[in-house]
Design a protein around this ligand. Structure first.
Ligand SMILES: CC(C)(COP(=O)(O)OP(=O)(O)OC[C@H]1O[C@@H](n2cnc3c(N)ncnc32)[C@H](O)[C@@H]1OP(=O)(O)O)[C@@H](O)C(=O)NCCC(=O)NCCS
Length: 177
């Protein structure tokens, strides 16, 4: 799988623009990654300050320029605010595989925004990147995430484990090979 994310593939949906992350997003990224509600079921290191948020943005930008992952900012077309993020990473050649990750600001949740973003990213993953499998690891109590995945026809794979995250369950969407 040889991907090339330059120029960056901006995706458009009815209400959203999915665009590249940049250093001007540091404050919004800090807000998302420190928000208690957003992080309730996500086991990850939180930035302590804006400079750690900027370091995160640098790492993500590097990943994308090395074609090792792709991370979109979800921006509202209404007000140009960063309302969430969505990305694909952990590519595996043999399986044409990627893992998906996603988060949305609480004030934008339960309005169909992530479904809209998800559909655009799934289409990009399966059609443009020619992936065959997209997997999401999600905490077994994360009802919102599970509802979103099931709506997108992801299927629970109870025997798969997420190394280091015992509470996570695997949901996969596979297209026929
Ligand atoms: C998971 C998350 C991205 C869902 O985003 P969202 O924009 O609210 O989802 P949508 O509005 O597109 O809803 C998708 C489906 O999930 C359902 N859903 C959403 N939130 C729900 C909740 N809290 N409880 C139960 N169902 C929920 C919706 O009803 C919808 O199904 P429907 O169309 O059949 O009614 C959002 O809750 C979030 O960012 N959570 C915090 C971060 C996180 O946990 N990320 C996942 C890490 S693995």
């Amino acid at each position: 799988m040889n991907f090339n994310f330059t120029p960056f593939p901006v995706l458009e949906t009815e209400r959203l623009t999915l665009r590249a992350l940049n250093l001007d997003d540091a404050k919004a990224i800090f807000g998302l990654r420190t928000n208690k509600e957003v992080n309730e079921f996500i086991d990850r290191k939180r930035p302590n300050n804006l400079s750690e948020a900027r370091a995160f943005i640098d790492r993500i930008s590097q990943l994308t320029s090395n074609n090792e992952g792709i991370f979109w900012v979800i921006e509202s077309k209404n007000n140009y605010q960063l309302v969430g993020t969505i990305g694909l990473r952990h590519f595996e050649d043999e399986e044409d595989y990627a893992e998906i990750g996603y988060e949305l600001d609480p004030s934008y949740q339960q309005k169909g925004y992530m479904s809209e973003a998800f559909e655009a990213v799934l289409e990009f993953g399966f059609k443009e990147m020619e992936l065959k499998t997209i997997e999401a690891f999600t905490h077994y109590n994360n009802e919102a995430s599970i509802a979103l995945l099931e709506k997108q026809k992801f299927i629970l794979f109870p025997d798969r484990t997420d190394e280091g995250f015992v509470n996570n369950r695997s949901y996969r969407l596979e297209v026929s090979k």
